[in-house]
Design a protein around this ligand. Structure first.
Ligand code: 6PG
Length: 241
């Protein structure tokens, strides 16, 4: 249950360090159990890391055939839609690397309703991921919005109180409003969380979350704390240094 904050002087150094952190966690998981499970977020920030992972030297150190890929959240759009989180990961990472299609588990957006899709994905996760005291996913990649949301858990969402369900339908205030998201019990049962944050517009939130000492439990990102290690990876602008 350690929280580790790392700050990098430039965006490029930040992206390289995030890719290296990703590789280190995956290598350790594969060495320990032969397989690694990763859950990816959407948004612009992870794309910078996806691009690094798809390049040398990181691409050579990732055991691509040993990773099962899941999603932290998804917009209620078809996979081909430009706003699809799966589509984005596919474009910048999975299609660029020797990932086997049978190891890719996108959130379903073809079900009749978001409720049904959430139940379907939860069923799949409960078959594939065991949330034991030792942790569930080996790695969860997360971002944070300027309102303090993370995954598709927005401030005030009833899903923040969820204790049982692993996946739920969510509503975003802007953009594609209908979403699916993993809930805090599952996100926080991960062995590792990498929380990726860039840019000066997120600095006031980082100040509140990491340095103010105030009660930040009303902010979804303030409730991230996993079974193992929670890394906040910040560029200088987000850290305000
Ligand atoms: C998504 C997310 C979301 C994202 C933040 C930050 O699908 O949009 O998973 O929680 O991580 O909104 O987004 P940016 O990286 O674009 O700032």
């Amino acid at each position: 249950m350690a929280t580790i904050v790392k700050i990098f002087p430039t965006l490029n150094m930040w992206a390289e360090a995030a890719a290296a952190e990703f590789c280190g966690i995956i290598e350790a998981a594969v060495a320990a159990s032969g397989i690694a499970s990763v859950a990816l977020s959407g948004g612009q920030t992870p794309v910078k890391v996806f691009k690094k992972l798809a390049q040398s030297p990181w691409a050579e150190s990732v055991p691509w055939d040993r990773i099962n890929w899941f999603w932290v959240d998804e917009r209620w759009v078809p996979a081909e839609h430009e706003a699809s989180n799966f589509g984005q990961a596919q474009k910048y990472l999975l299609s660029q690397t020797p990932v086997e299609p049978n190891r890719i588990f996108p959130m379903p957006t073809e079900a009749a309703t978001p409720d049904q899709a959430a139940a379907e994905y939860e069923k799949l996760l409960r078959q594939r991921i065991s949330a034991t005291a030792k942790g569930s996913f080996d790695l969860v990649l997360l971002g944070m919005g300027t309102d303090g949301h993370t995954a598709s858990l927005f401030p005030g969402s009833p899903l923040l109180a969820e204790r049982e369900r692993w996946v739920g339908p969510a509503t975003a205030p802007t953009g594609v409003k209908q979403r699916l998201t993993l809930t805090l019990p599952l996100l926080n049962s991960a062995k590792n969380q990498l929380i990726l944050v860039n840019g000066a517009e997120k600095q006031p939130l980082i100040e509140r979350l990491l340095y103010s000492g105030e009660d930040v439990s009303s902010l979804p990102a303030g409730r991230l704390k996993c079974t193992g290690q929670t890394f906040w990876l910040l560029d200088a602008a987000a850290a305000g240094v």
